[in-house]
Design a protein around this ligand. Structure first.
Ligand code: ADP
Ligand code: MG
Length: 701
């Protein structure tokens, strides 16, 4: 085959021409022969079976029948004309009906010649009929490459309306394959093919378009999915390797006084095995010459803070400064207060920098940072402003990563001559397979264990009609000395309405829980920051028993005495948000509760979300369900990452293949980091093309 064959513009394929080429380009992004070959079917119709007219059932969906047209007539009705053909086989009679394209059909249909028809059957006026059947002369049907499993290609309304039906695409594909003569170049090395018993490229491509059998189809799909995921993983892992080789970090060679003293004298509790493991992973990273870029995933309450703190201590032990950045002011303050206590014991100087830090205070912080007398800085986005200059920032921790973009992460890098080690912490677990594809350039640690003695939160779903009962329950809990959150949704698009709901809710709660027996805090986005802090503070100190709030409390707030989370209009929240909110309770010794309030009107998805919340507390399980419900498109990071450009693999369903592909890519790079071995030549070649194209299928030939 001429090596440029696959790059031939699509208009040169027999049967395409300029008009169809235009449509194919616009609608399906098909520009070359190669693009067409890599248009993979969405699904397959089973055409192994031929039905007899006498055997048709009213429940049949799509059927295939062999028979002849005995005659055709046009039937005129008030609602318009339709073309009706009598179709017969040796067992009975049925009708074929056309509402569109009647002239062409009438001129081209052959009477009394065997046809294979395919389509949906209806039971109508005491007989079966099939509107707009797919038809092919039996003779052609037997000759064609078309196999029993018939591919259904991605399409658009415009394409179908302009006559480029699935059948046409199928024909074009046949044309292309007969011209290509099965000489596609293998793009995986032999060792991998043999190891995994994968179909060769030629057979895989052929069978995905013209499956010879179900078994071969499955093998073809597997091979192509593997290939797609393998190259994506190879790319990600290689980037990571190159990054590590190129970007020198500050090696933290020792673990010294701060870390050891804290560990031996001041640990407030025994670390969980998972916390210990993660600290080890981090120690290994920061001790190497490379810069650490690590994502720490751990469910709410799994104890990420102490891991962050101990990582900072290693930095301090090596003469560096550390910082911790949180997404909100409230969270920064909490972190600051929490860490301050530990820092005082160790004689470490620590400051807080947020938007509301006073000018004089700010000036002092800037000075102490630059002269090195300040060891740890906690704060919000204010930390990455250009004015903030460290003497020697060695490690930066970013909490609740989903609020920060990659750009902000990289801003931290430029605070030094070399980038600091970076630890990104997130409580929104991302299913592992997805994380592998999204954050291939980050290493991942997981705290998959909660501190001991945590009672799992009891979650229930209640309808609005039962509100009085719920209020009674809240009163009981409050009388036992507990505190309660009541959260309202706040969605940008309906802000005014939501705000009204919140205020109405607040008023009814004030009526139901009157002063002086009950004290209520309220926090929402329209309040001034100082007022928010004041209200929050009262709740944290236990001066108020009820916190009415919008989702501003979503992230990180820690009030161990709060044991009930009521979520109003819970059907309007996403799963990960519900899970985050629930994580605000269950932090103390008491049994905690989460009450999901909804109206009776629930969509199927909303019901699934609520059921999932009631069933499990496991953040990873919730994340999996969330991914299945929403698809990967809504998850942070997927837009840029390319997982949405997958042609044949499915990031949600093909997790198992992904793991195998990743481990093969990993192994290959371990043995041959620059892909220089002869046996990996095809990988090197293919890999080199990756950089040039958006999608791996654009180069594979
Ligand atoms: P998150 O991972 O959500 O940031 P935190 O670090 O805030 O969790 O920890 C949640 C709570 O659990 C805190 O009150 C913390 O002191 C406590 N905690 C963390 N680790 C342990 C442990 N190993 N044993 C007991 N309590 C712990
Ligand atoms: Mg936290």
């Amino acid at each position: 085959m001429n090596p440029n064959f696959l790059q031939t513009p699509i208009e040169y394929l027999k049967g395409v021409g300029p008009n169809r080429a235009d449509l194919l380009k616009k609608e399906l992004d098909i520009h070359t022969f190669q693009d067409l070959i890599n248009l993979f079917p969405n699904r397959y119709l089973d055409r192994t079976r031929y039905y007899k007219i006498a055997d048709l059932q009213k429940s049949n969906a799509e059927v295939q029948i062999i028979g002849k047209i005995s005659h055709i007539k046009t039937v005129e009705q008030k609602r318009g004309k339709r073309l009706v053909a009598k179709f017969i086989d040796e067992t009975g009679i049925m009708e074929l009906v056309w509402f569109r394209g009647q002239k062409w059909i009438r001129e081209n249909l052959k009477i009394n010649q065997p046809y294979v028809i395919f389509g949906k059957v209806n039971w109508f006026n005491d007989h079966y009929s099939m509107p707009h059947p797919e038809m092919e002369l039996l003779e052609e049907h037997e000759k064609s490459l078309r196999s029993a499993m018939q591919p259904v290609y991605p399409s658009t309304e415009k394409l179908t309306n302009r006559g480029i039906t699935n059948r046409v695409i199928n024909k074009l594909m046949q044309q292309l394959f007969s011209e290509a003569k099965n000489t596609f170049v293998e793009s995986l090395p032999e060792r991998v093919l043999n190891n995994l018993k994968l179909l060769p490229k030629n057979e895989a491509l052929f069978n995905v378009h013209f499956p010879r059998s179900n078994t071969l189809l499955a093998k073809a799909q597997y091979r192509l999915k593997f290939e797609e995921l393998f190259y994506i993983q190879l790319q990600l892992l290689r980037k990571n390797l190159i990054h590590k080789a190129k970007i020198k970090g500050y090696p933290f060679l020792k673990v010294g006084g701060y870390f050891n003293t804290f560990f031996s004298d001041h640990l407030p509790f025994e670390l969980t095995a998972a916390q210990k493991r993660v600290i080890k992973e981090i120690r290994k990273d920061v001790g190497s010459k490379a810069q650490m870029n690590r994502l720490l995933q751990g469910d709410v309450g799994s104890g990420k803070t102490i891991v962050a703190f101990m990582s900072m201590l290693i930095g301090l032990d090596n003469g560096f400064q550390a910082c911790l950045m949180a997404p909100t002011e409230i969270l920064s303050v909490q972190h600051y207060n929490g860490l301050l206590e530990w820092c005082n014991k160790l004689n470490i100087s620590i400051s807080l920098l947020t938007g509301s830090t006073s000018t004089s205070n700010r000036k002092e912080i800037h000075e102490n940072l630059e002269n090195g007398s300040l060891h740890i800085l906690i704060g919000t986005h204010a930390l990455i402003e250009d004015k903030v200059k460290f003497k020697n920032l060695g490690i930066a921790i970013i909490d609740e990563q989903h609020r920060f973009g990659v750009a902000q992460r990289s801003k931290l890098w430029h605070k030094n001559e070399r980038p600091p080690h970076i630890l990104v912490m997130t409580a929104t677990p991302i299913p592992r397979t997805l994380a592998m594809s999204l954050y291939g350039d980050l290493d991942i640690s997981v705290i998959d264990e909660l501190p001991p003695g945590r009672k799992s939160i009891k979650t229930v779903h209640r309808f609005d009609a039962n509100r009085l009962k719920v209020f009674r329950f809240l009163k009981d809990e409050i009388s036992k000395g507990r505190q309660v959150y009541i959260v309202y949704p706040l969605i940008q698009e309906s802000e005014a309405l939501d705000y009204k709901d919140l205020m109405d809710g607040y008023e009814s709660i004030v009526r139901e829980f009157p002063m002086p027996d009950f004290q209520i805090s309220i926090v929402h986005g329209k309040m001034k920051s100082a007022d928010k802090d004041f209200e929050m503070d009262r709740f944290v100190k236990g001066e108020t028993q009820i916190m009415v709030a919008t989702t501003v409390i979503e992230v990180g707030v820690n009030v161990p005495n709060a044991s009930v989370m009521v979520i109003e209009s819970a059907e309007r929240f996403g799963l990960s948000q519900l899970h985050q909110l629930r994580g605000r309770v269950g932090r103390g010794a008491e049994q905690s509760y989460c009450i999901l309030m909804t109206s009776h009107k629930l969509t199927h998805d909303a019901r699934t979300r609520l059921e999932t919340m009631v069933r499990t507390n496991d953040g990873f399980e919730i994340a999996e369900t969330d991914l299945k419900l929403r698809g990967p498109g809504d998850i942070m990071g997927t837009q840029q990452s390319g997982v949405l450009n997958l042609r044949i693999a499915d990031i949600v369903k093909d997790g198992d293949i992904l793991k195998i592909a990743r481990s093969h890519a990993f192994q290959m790079l371990k043995e041959d980091p620059n892909l220089e071995k002869k046996e990996n030549a095809v990988v090197k070649f293919t890999y080199a093309q990756l950089a040039k194209y958006r999608n791996i299928w654009n180069y594979i030939s």
